[in-house]
Design a protein around this ligand. Structure first.
Ligand SMILES: CC(C)(COP(=O)(O)OP(=O)(O)OC[C@H]1O[C@@H](n2cnc3c(N)ncnc32)[C@H](O)[C@@H]1OP(=O)(O)O)[C@@H](O)C(=O)NCCC(=O)NCCS
Length: 429
């Protein structure tokens, strides 16, 4: 999409509503150093971070260069040029089932100062984001959340879960395959160099993934400014296949147990595997690390094959949580952005903000507005967003009373239409 989101005009409704409260919303140009640094200070404060130093401000400014940064100001405040609310957004690829991607409106850095909380400022900013995305023809919005309870009211639904893994490596003997390729320790800077390119190839295989920013990779590797000596604690490893091509990378840190030198914990930060062989080889290496009693992996898929590759299923504890939230704006474009399975169905989507509302038929890969059809299911836009990429079962939402069922077998038909590989998202954003 060729539109410049950084300069696309502000949403007039939000401008007017905030003005009613004596507040002013403005776009902040990342080239305006003083303004964008004040924006970063407000954003950091909003997430309870330390006051950013010069190096962090410079790095954030570079990261925000390609984003739309909106800030709300209170002219009556003690520091009228410091934002009392922030949000930034950009258009990026969201992987859909079927190894394709669609443009999505990513939203990040949503903060409202504690002095101005619960006056509807976030609501104005979020609705402005959604209206702007819809106006620019972006079919869907996406975000990750600090709290699960916030974004359903704007029509977002959790579409990809992730899971925290805790593996007792004294119980978990490796029983998985032993591939032909080789595993080698590499320098963290080599991981930093290789990872974006490898992930770019893996990204399209996993519905729900996004393309992380350069700064996110720096943060992973401990190279981000403000991280002190973090990089020194990282260990990296690569897997090369029999032909010598790098097909997998892993990154981890080790936390020592001062009381027991054989009971350290390894924290796995990233496993990027392009092939099943790479996955098996890297996890075998990690599970068999000497002096490590516990492996932790905080952002796995909820369906990691790893569980089936060790001798003791209960040696792997799995704690799922909500990770990737989606918000459909254009039902036709979003659902046609993925292959549809066999069958046909008429569904009604309800949407308090209007964007996705309507009755639609899904058939032969096509989604057609059918205002006169009799709907067999009724989904709120949050629920429609949750089932879009196959990570949440329609039957689960129906059983929990969140999908209205008007015809026998309709839930099963929607399930067949939307079946897909389990989605995954490997990065907060
Ligand atoms: C979350 C935050 C942005 C909310 O801002 P706010 O301006 O106080 O929110 P609003 O007044 O616009 O509230 C809008 C709605 O969200 C609800 N809401 C706001 N914060 C909420 C929270 N933390 N949990 C549950 N509901 C919340 C409000 O009750 C209100 O509901 P309603 O419109 O259905 O009546 C603000 O509290 C904040 O900056 N928190 C710290 C940073 C953070 O967590 N940001 C979110 C990043 S994903």
């Amino acid at each position: 999409m060729s539109v410049d989101v950084r300069t696309s005009p502000l949403d007039e409704q939000a401008v007017a509503k905030l003005a009613d409260q004596g507040l002013e919303i403005r776009l902040v140009d990342a080239a305006d150093v003083e303004a964008i640094d004040r924006y970063t200070r407000a954003d950091t404060r909003g997430f309870l971070g330390d006051e950013p130093g010069r190096d962090v401000l410079d790095a954030e400014r570079a990261d925000l260069r390609n984003r739309r940064c909106s800030a709300v100001y209170d002219p009556a405040g003690a520091e009228p040029e410091v934002p009392i609310a922030t949000v930034n957004s950009w258009i990026g690829p969201l992987t859909m089932p079927g190894e394709r991607a669609i443009d999505a409106w990513a939203v990040s850095g949503v903060t409202v100062a504690p002095t101005h909380r619960r006056r509807g400022i976030q609501r104005q900013m979020m609705e402005a984001e959604l209206r702007t995305a819809a106006r620019l023809g972006v079919p869907i919005s996406m975000l990750t959340v600090s709290e699960s309870s916030i974004y359903g009211r704007y029509g977002y639904g959790c579409a990809a879960l992730a899971a925290d893994y805790r593996i007792d490596t004294r119980r978990a003997r490796w029983t998985g395959p032993t591939p032909d390729g080789r595993v080698d320790l590499i320098d963290v800077s080599a991981f930093r160099r290789l990872a974006p390119e490898l992930f770019e190839r893996v990204r399209l295989l996993q519905p729900g993934q996004i393309r992380p920013s350069e700064r996110r990779w720096d943060q992973f590797c401990g190279f981000a400014t403000g991280d002190g000596d973090a990089a020194k604690k990282r260990r990296a490893v690569q897997y090369r296949d029999a032909a010598g091509v790098v097909r997998g990378l892993a990154l981890y840190t080790v936390a020592e147990d001062p009381a027991d030198f054989t009971a350290h914990t390894a924290q796995v930060l990233s496993v990027i595997a392009e092939t099943d062989d790479a996955y098996a080889a890297l996890w075998r290496f990690l599970v068999e690390l000497d002096l490590i009693a516990t492996l932790r992996y905080d952002q796995g898929s909820i369906d990691e094959p790893l569980r089936w590759m060790v001798s003791d299923f209960r040696a792997v504890e799995v704690k799922p949580f909500d990770m990737q939230y989606l918000r459909v704006l254009d039902v036709k474009a979003a659902f046609e952005g993925r292959p549809l399975g066999p069958g046909e169905i008429a569904v009604q989507v309800t949407d308090p903000l209007g964007f996705a509302a309507g009755i639609w038929t899904l058939r032969d890969g096509a989604v057609t507005a059918a205002p006169n059809a009799r709907p067999e299911l009724t989904l709120g836009v949050s629920e429609a967003s949750s089932v879009l990429i196959g990570g949440v079962a329609p039957a689960t939402l129906a059983a929990s009373g969140r999908i209205g069922v008007h015809a026998d077998g309709a839930v099963e038909r929607l399930t067949r239409l939307l079946a897909a590989a389990m989605p995954q998202l490997s990065f907060w954003y």
